[in-house]
Design a protein around this ligand. Structure first.
Ligand SMILES: Cc1ncc(COP(=O)(O)O)c(C=O)c1O
Length: 398
């Protein structure tokens, strides 16, 4: 077996299942799951209709680059969404469709890391665990950048010494962040792009929550947007990862894309022709329909906004919790240790949240997930509010 497999930690949901083992939840209340970030709003009907209309495509092998119509639709979407000139994104050079961003965030590291030079991959802490697994299996060392209240829940880039930037081959960004919902602004991007230029590392910007923002007048900044504004019009060193899973409530479609640096994408396409991950033609056509429509995305944002407001209203008097600018998670401080909080909340209220320390690692003497839990507001409004009432009752009983 590949010895690097031994370095992988079990996934947060497995740790959670172990934590709950042997704990008996009260049975007079139904279970409410707030631990998993799986969108539960209905997938818009027109996406399924487009899929069905193209079922004939199952008779063909799809090619790794995706159909031109999908790439040009994505290029137009990027230009519209990130206020770029309509010709800024070249569908032939700047875009690759992927089977959801999870596999792409993983496989991209396998493609770009040169394991012969003691590589370092920097990432936020807490983080989406794929970044760490991808790093370890590519033979690199992960470097964790703490995101705490003191740093606005954004990675503490200022704390990274030059010798680490010099060893860094890849920097994962997550903006809006899972789990904190924090958003990087143009100034933060610009500083990182300057560092990437100077030290020659690649920035992989995971923007899969970019369409779920609270303030309609303030959509999160994208990395390509900042690069373009700085005159980096071929997006050197930067790639962004976008997904239909959260934006369009279609996690089962397995559809996203990577966009940016043409030279990197050329090599990544070569890698992917061997990797063998292609989107079936029906999925590609359904994706075209999804990227062309914004009405369902606006409705999606409105639903999350209502849930944030209602849950925050129920909880803020008992928990240290803020509505984040984006995403669908709350990241409250817990009055008990996060693991104890999770276990007891499950036992006493039959509500499951995710301990923050399952999403983070010890770094620079702290674990930034400790004493936090992640609550995903994916269930319908009434269920989220019911969960909030139970959490309030639980906290008041402590
Ligand atoms: C931060 C982050 N990135 C990427 C993904 C992967 O999403 P998908 O593979 O569905 O595009 C997720 C899923 O939960 C996520 O939370």
């Amino acid at each position: 077996m590949n010895p690097l497999l031994n370095k992988l930690q079990s996934y947060p949901f497995e740790k959670l299942a172990q934590l709950k083992q042997g704990v008996i939840a009260r049975q007079d209340k139904s279970h409410i799951a707030l631990f998993i970030g799986e969108p539960r709003h209905p997938t818009p009907g027109f996406i399924g209709e487009a899929l069905i209309a193209h079922l004939g495509g199952l008779a063909c092998y799809p090619v790794s680059r995706g159909i031109p119509e999908l790439r040009s639709t994505i290029a137009s979407w990027l230009a519209r969404r990130f206020a770029l000139p309509s010709t800024a994104i070249d569908p032939e050079r700047h875009i690759l469709p992927v089977n959801g961003t999870r596999e792409a965030l993983f496989s991209f590291a396998q493609c770009v890391i040169d394991a012969t030079t003691k590589p370092l991959v920097l990432m936020p802490n807490p983080f989406y665990q794929i970044y760490e697994g991808a790093t370890l299996l590519a033979g690199a060392e992960p470097g964790f950048l703490n995101a705490t209240r003191e740093t606005g829940y954004l990675p503490d880039f200022a704390a990274v010494p030059e010798r680490l930037w010099a060893r860094c081959q890849l920097l994962y960004l997550c903006s809006p962040a899972n789990p904190t919902g924090a958003v990087l602004d143009a100034a933060a991007h610009a500083r990182l792009l300057t560092l990437a230029d100077r030290f020659g590392f690649i920035i992989a910007s995971d923007e899969c929550y970019s369409e779920l923002y609270v303030d309609e007048s303030a959509p999160p900044q994208g990395l390509l947007q900042t690069a373009y504004a700085m005159g980096n019009t071929d997006f050197e060193h930067c790639l962004v990862f976008h997904s239909l899973s959260k934006r369009s409530n279609a996690p089962g479609l397995r559809s996203g894309f990577v966009a940016g640096d043409a030279r990197l994408l050329k090599n990544y396409l070569l890698y992917r022709t061997y990797h063998g991950c292609t989107l079936s033609l029906p999925v590609q056509h359904a994706s075209v329909a999804a990227w062309r429509d914004e009405t369902h995305v606006e409705a999606n944002r409105a639903s999350y906004r209502h849930k944030f407001k209602a849950v925050h209203a129920a909880l803020h008097s008992v928990l240290d919790v803020e509505i984040p600018p984006a995403g669908f998670y709350l990241w409250p401080h817990t009055p008990l240790g996060d693991i104890e909080f999770t276990r007891r909340l499950y036992a006493e209220q039959n509500v499951t949240v995710l301990p923050g320390s399952f999403l983070s690692r010890d770094s620079a003497g702290i674990n930034p997930g400790r004493n936090h839990v992640r609550m995903a507001l994916v269930a319908p409004l009434e269920e989220c509010v019911e969960a909030a009432e139970r959490i309030k009752e639980f906290v008041q009983s402590l």
